[in-house]
Design a binder for this molecule. Sequence first.
Ligand SMILES: C[S@@+](CC[C@H](N)C(=O)[O-])C[C@H]1O[C@@H](n2cnc3c(N)ncnc32)[C@H](O)[C@@H]1O
Length: 266
Amino acid sequence: MLIEWLKHTLIRCPAALKDAGVLYDLIALESRAHRLRRAWQPHHETCRHLITAWAEQTPGRDCAVILGSGLLLEIPLEVLTRTFRRVVLVDLFHMPSVRRAVRSFPGVELCETDLTGCLDRMAETAARGSLPDPQAVFPQAVEADLVISANCLSQLSLRPAVVAWHGGALIPDRIRQWEAQVIAAHLTALQALPGRVGLICDTARIGTHIRTGAVQERYDLVHGVALPAFAQAPLHWDWQVAPAGEDHRQIRYHHTMTGGLLASGG
Ligand SMILES: C[S@@+](CC[C@H](N)C(=O)[O-])C[C@H]1O[C@@H](n2cnc3c(N)ncnc32)[C@H](O)[C@@H]1O
């Protein structure tokens, strides 16, 4: 906890992102990824294999855009920089570890953008009792040969929803409905892109009792939104996101994952 607190204090990050909890989330992801590296390794390898295959199958070699690049845990950056002249990494904020990691790779551009286009307007609109229309802001994606939505779909609305929750006179059902609209807007915009589009996302969080094997919790991470059509049958796998002892003493949590190239990609 002390290390996380120190990082939160020392890392230079726009105040609005700190206040919204974005830096907190990334620091927590960094700590969790380190602590659970063995449990998460199969998931990371699956993502990296998928992205490597998509990069190799993409005819154009100019530009790849990674939406939700995070800590590059799931991203085979070396393969991407070898394959494409430019690789644009898009996230709300790039941690110092990411900035250091990309230094040795040519052609990498870091872009800090809110993919929903809503975060900076949430507090103001929620205070008035409404919510902004979700957008999909995809920097440089229209010209890209390959765009990958890299396991960010279910996270897009999280921090905006918290801001809305604390700041406004909004009922939870309205916020959940809005979260579904954010997810739908992201998927619709992905489908409209002219290049190849790969989608990696989690769709459900499932908690299983370690002794009885009974499912104790099930949470729909995409709020009932259907995934778009894939070019071929997508891959499905489980991400062992929290072994027992991490979030609950006797319940282990996994996320059900889907990864595939969208049908509408060129
Ligand atoms: C599960 S992590 C993905 C991890 C990442 N693909 C990796 O390889 O490390 C989800 C990522 O989505 C990013 N994210 C969440 N909401 C976002 C938004 N509105 N705009 C841009 N990025 C967002 C988070 O900052 C986080 O890095």
